[in-house]
Design a protein around this ligand. Structure first.
Ligand code: ATP
Ligand code: MG
Length: 329
């Protein structure tokens, strides 16, 4: 079934391959609440998150500092539990998570030993196997430096070793939290190459436009309004959104909380409006199901639906701007 080797990043074939190694379900979040802590002191970062992350999909996660990007990855990894709703994780998921903290390793180990301790060989997709030493080589540990004791490595080299060990574990899901901060240009280039052929699911937290556009296909944004949005135009769209928020803050003096009461009133008006739109959408959808052979009516409903969808997105945009004005981040 996998005899035909796909070209790098041949989306369709990689997906088929990832499907074989990873069931249909990777992560599904149903109406979940992402938060830190419990009870009264819990801090809610995002609510009503419904996400279906499938085999072979490549996500970028963007958002302001402290918006909850790392926490979202931790939620998906099972390290923290949703405060409401639930997470379903595919049974074949084998996750490797490159987080910000370094592994504790025996300082006397040689680089190659530390990598072979994980596995002797790895298949990162496309049926091409690499030995521990070959993977070291690909990630910048030449034959000589493979003999360096771990205790003698610099901080950057240690991060590189950590990445090598993670990849060596043969993951089919890879989480990379801000990888571009720590790696030099060569390591990033080799990582991009390795990821081209990687047949699993990838989630990257990063604002590095080049890396994100090279590696990821879908952009999820935590804009700080409690929602997680899929941005079809990626980082560009994210930057526009941030810019719009900043402009608004500049004009209206949003940093002063002077007239926050009328802002709050306005906010709740918008919320009611959105609720009303949601109800209308449900009604129309129900009607659409019932209209059977009446194509004329079905088309009308379709038109109405797309009209209110646009209204809803305008209302949501206004909500975001206003919420940010009341609570500047
Ligand atoms: N263990 C914790 N205890 C208390 N608060 C926490 C904990 N972990 C995260 N937080 C808080 O939750 C919020 C989200 O943190 P998180 O690390 O997920 O954000 P982030 O988007 O990854 O931020 P950054 O861009 O700084 O990496 C922050 O306000 C942070 O202070
Ligand atoms: Mg983080």
């Amino acid at each position: 079934m996998i005899s035909a080797e796909p070209q790098p990043r041949d989306g369709v074939e990689l997906l088929a391959f990832a499907g074989a190694r990873l069931g249909k379900r990777v992560f599904e979040l149903h109406d979940a609440t992402l938060g830190i802590g419990t009870g009264e002191s819990a801090k809610i970062l995002a609510e009503r998150i419904s996400l279906n992350i499938g085999p072979g999909q490549r996500y970028a996660v963007v958002g302001a500092n402290g918006a909850g990007k790392t926490s979202l990855l931790r939620l998906l990894s099972g390290a923290i539990k949703p405060l409401a709703g639930h997470l379903q994780t595919g049974t074949t998921v084998k996750l490797a998570f490159l987080s910000q903290h370094l592994d504790e390793l025996n300082p006397k180990w040689r680089v190659l030993e530390a990598v072979e301790e994980v596995a002797q060989r790895v298949d990162l997709g496309k049926g091409r196997e690499l030995s521990a030493s070959q993977l070291c080589e690909r990630l910048g540990f030449g034959t000589d430096s493979q003999w360096t004791p771990v205790g003698d490595l610099s901080g950057g080299e240690r991060r590189r070793l950590q990445l090598t060990r993670l990849l060596m574990s043969g993951p089919n899901v890879l989480f990379l939290d801000e990888p571009t901060n720590d790696f030099d240009v060569e390591t990033l280039a080799s990582l991009e190459d390795l990821l081209d052929g990687f047949a699993g699911t990838i989630m990257v937290v990063s604002h590095d436009r080049y890396f994100v556009e090279r590696v990821c296909d879908i952009t999820l944004a935590l804009i700080g309004d409690g929602s997680i949005q899929d941005l079809p135009r990626g980082i560009d769209q994210y930057l526009e959104l941030r810019q719009a928020i900043n402009n608004f803050a500049g004009e209206g003096g949003a940093k002063e909380k002077g007239d926050s009461r009328s802002d709050r009133k306005e906010l709740s008006k918008i919320e009611k409006r959105i609720e009303k739109i949601d109800n209308q959408i449900v009604k129309l959808q129900e009607e659409a199901l019932k209209c059977g052979e009446d194509y004329k009516r079905a088309i009308e409903i379709e038109k109405e639906l797309s009209k209110i969808a646009a209204e809803k997105s305008d209302a949501e945009e206004a909500w975001i701007l206003l919420a940010e004005k009341i609570n500047p981040s």
